[in-house]
Design a protein around this ligand. Structure first.
Ligand code: 3H9
Length: 707
């Protein structure tokens, strides 16, 4: 067995070092070796106390998440966790003072190990937390029992239900950490341990008594938390399981609470919610790895940026740069457009300030990083330009031609196009190796996704720089290929096709939207279009018509274009798929006009409108997405199915606990998905064509898109 835990004695203190890079995750062998090392320290006549510390950059980031995949039934988990609980009890029962020395992170199982030590000291910038809920589980090694005893039930409930880590100073104030140490952490921890040994002091967290008053307050906090979760945690179970476990401990004591925790953990860990969230955890880390772009690919530093176009997207992109502290030029065609764009940016910051998330000074400082301009002056100084002009091929080509002339030869030229062919702009610029797509999602300053679109000639260092930049801009960058609509919008065309057809066949706009929001999306397809602008899609369709193409094969609904012609662009015009109180208002009501249009269009197609069940709406929309996703994968426009899932979760708010459209299809079953495609083909027409990859996988008996 490799040496994952080292043992040495320094100044009569046994130093137990966990060394399992990169994050000292608790693989089964690490748990075992911690147990053995503590027993050795207890037996070692040369040691009066013990310090548990992590090697490298962190203490312990938690249990090894990959190991959960082997747990197939709740019983598997119950058996294993009985061992873990007993192990931590042995650690806690050590007869010599045991001190956890925390730097970096003590998360999940890491925090549970630390709480089984008698004392905790921490570096000033360390963090502690119980983020299990973000993986669809609850703390499973006593966290729901020890944390309330250490920090109080209210804070414990907060930490275990939102999963957010707490910084060391706050942890100290709440009693989770005994001392914050400046300077050398290990030396300080050894000195601390010696003091505790001299005083013969040992403190077992599980023995901390909870007074009757504290128990009552804790139970009240449980009730309050349930109420609040009912509003904020729709569709997920783990946060509620946290409350059940904490409550059991408050009512029935540590031992009974621990058994309840194990049962609840066991049910959570085999749930689809947890599998989906674990899939997302690894998928978003995998997405940062591009097969032909090694980790050591040189990157350029982005010190100055420019954005062309101060509309909704351009303004949001400029905000991303300013938020990251990067000075940015914001160019518009005239003063009026510039003024309007800047006013929107300022309004956005003021809203953030009104929520207490920014001070007035920070607003001014950030605004000062955005320099408005109507000329290309200063563009020769910037390291990257993002173009966010109208979605029009000729305009984009002309812009890239100008950018090629006014910027330095090494400046990266990115397009925020949401659909158009990057290679055509690249040629116009005269230096295609520097050109790529940076496709942000609306609102660009909020949505976390950045689709990094690789053109035919985009150089590797430009891609690597974009991936690095995405992190700096607090985005999740996913590299995709250059097909029409790239990955997100190419698939979205199929999602929207079904939404339109379902409307014509008899479903209503509010019904379709509700099915999708009940599924977990923040907004349904029609609500989303009203936000994004019906004009945007209409212009794309006009362009496609001019080159003889459609976005998704199948019947094309005329309603979106009719709305466009009526000037009903959505929220911004006060009417779209819904009616709004006023332009830009969010207060909407269904519009009978849409029903009337649906009747007319259905009649034109010879359709008799019928009631459509919610299940059919969800199935058709999701299957259309997955089928097109399979084509995207097969054609190599996405590297992995997980990349598509990350794109949908971060670009459109697809519910993480469903794992993204491709993972969701796997949970439905690939064979079921395929048989539905066949069924729809028979019912609706040949445009429902199964993706060859889907057929291949089903024939081979595969249950996953990951090949
Ligand atoms: C738990 O503890 C349950 C308990 O109650 C016990 C029950 C019995 N396992 O994120 P990074 C990998 S559940 C396995 O890029 P950063 C990660 O995949 C756990 N692998 O670094 C990546 O691999 P690769 C509760 C893990 O500096 C590499 O480490 N704990 C784990 O940006 C670097 O990760 C959590 O949920 C793990 N636990 O962020 C914490 N953690 O290089 C999960 C990381 O191959 N972890 N890896 O792509 C994190 O939040 C972040 O990784 C952390 C570091 C903040 C620690």
């Amino acid at each position: 067995m490799p040496d994952l835990v080292r043992y040495e004695v320094k100044d009569r203190v046994a130093v137990i070092t966990i060394d399992n890079p990169p994050v000292n995750a608790l693989a089964p062998a690490v748990w075992e070796q911690i147990d053995q090392a503590v027993a050795r320290g207890v037996a070692d006549a040369g040691a009066d106390a013990m310090v548990l510390v992590g090697a490298g950059t962190t203490f312990i980031a938690g249990a090894d998440i990959k190991v959960f995949d082997v747990l197939k039934t709740p019983q598997d988990s119950m058996t294993r966790s009985a061992g873990t609980h007993a192990l931590l009890r042995r650690v806690e029962d050590a007869s010599k003072p045991l001190v956890a020395a925390i730097h970096g992170n003590a998360l999940g199982g890491g925090m549970e190990v630390a709480m089984s030590c008698h004392f905790r000291v921490a570096a000033k910038d360390a963090k502690v937390g119980q983020p299990e809920v973000l993986l669809g589980i609850i703390p499973g090694a006593g966290g729901t029992q020890r944390l309330p005893r250490l920090a109080g039930a209210e804070l414990a409930l907060q930490m275990c239900t939102d999963g957010k880590p707490v910084a060391a100073p706050k942890a100290k104030a709440a009693g989770m950490v005994d001392e914050i140490l400046e300077g050398d952490l290990l030396a300080g921890a050894i000195a601390f341990a010696k003091k505790k040994a001299a005083a013969r002091e040992i403190r077992k967290v599980r023995e901390i008594a909870i007074s009757a008053d504290a128990a009552k307050a804790g139970l009240d906090a449980c009730a309050k938390m349930r109420e609040s979760l009912a509003k904020t945690a729709r569709g997920v179970k783990a946060p509620f399981a946290v409350v059940d476990a904490v409550e059991a401990g408050l009512k029935d004591g540590f031992d009974a609470g621990s058994i309840r925790e194990r049962e609840l953990f066991a049910n959570c860990v085999v749930s689809i919610e947890s599998k989906a969230l674990r899939h997302m955890f690894f998928a978003e880390r995998e997405a940062a790895k591009v097969p032909d772009i090694p980790k050591d690919t040189p990157t350029r530093e982005i010190k100055r940026a420019a954005v062309v176009g101060a509309g909704t997207m351009g303004g949001g992109i400029a905000m991303n740069y300013a938020n990251a502290g990067i000075p940015v030029l914001l160019k518009e065609v005239d003063e009026a457009a510039l003024k309007k764009g800047l006013a929107t940016i300022r309004k956005n910051y003021e809203i953030t300030m009104s929520k207490g998330k920014m001070t007035a000074e920070q607003v001014e400082k950030t605004m000062a990083l955005i320099t408005p301009t109507t000329t290309y002056d200063g563009f020769d100084q910037v390291d990257i330009v993002t173009e966010a002009v109208f979605e029009n091929m000729d305009l984009k080509k002309a812009t890239f031609k100008e950018l090629g002339a006014v910027t330095r030869p090494d400046c990266i030229l990115a397009s925020n196009s949401s659909t158009l062919d990057i290679d055509q702009f690249a040629q116009s610029s005269g230096r295609p190796a520097q050109v790529l797509g940076h496709h942000y999602f609306s609102p660009a300053n909020v949505m976390k996704l950045l689709e990094i679109v690789r053109g035919r000639e985009t150089s590797r260092d430009v891609i690597a720089t974009s991936l690095k930049l995405s992190k700096k801009l607090n985005k999740t960058g996913v590299v995709v290929g250059n097909c029409f609509g790239f990955v997100a919008n190419r698939m979205l065309a199929y999602y929207m096709r079904e939404a339109y057809l379902l409307l014509e066949e008899g479903a209503s706009v509010p019904q379709i939207d509700k099915v999708l929001t009940d599924f977990g999306l923040p907004v349904g397809p029609y609500g989303m279009q009203d936000i994004a602008g019906i004009d945007v899609g209409a212009r794309i369709r006009q362009y496609l018509a001019s080159i003889g193409k459609t976005r998704a094969e199948g019947p094309q609904s005329a309603i979106p274009d009719r709305l466009f012609e009526m000037g009903r662009y959505g929220q911004k015009t006060g009417a779209g798929w819904y009616k709004y109180d006023a332009p830009f208002s969010r207060n909407r009501t269904p519009d009978p006009l849409i029903e009337q249009m649906a009747e007319e269009e259905a009649a034109k197609r010879g359709l008799k409108r019928r009631p459509i069940a919610d299940e059919e709406i969800l199935a058709r929309i999701m299957i259309a997405l997955a089928n097109e996703g399979a084509r995207v994968l097969e054609e190599h426009y996405a590297t992995r199915a997980g990349d598509i899932d990350v794109i949908y979760c971060y670009g459109f708010g697809y519910p993480r606990h469903r794992g993204g459209p491709m993972f969701y299809a796997e949970t439905v079953g690939l064979a079921t998905v395929l048989s539905r495609v066949h069924e729809y083909r028979a019912r609706f027409g040949d445009y429902w064509e199964p993706a060859p990859l889907l057929e291949k996988l089903v024939t081979a008996g595969k249950s996953s898109f990951e090949q």
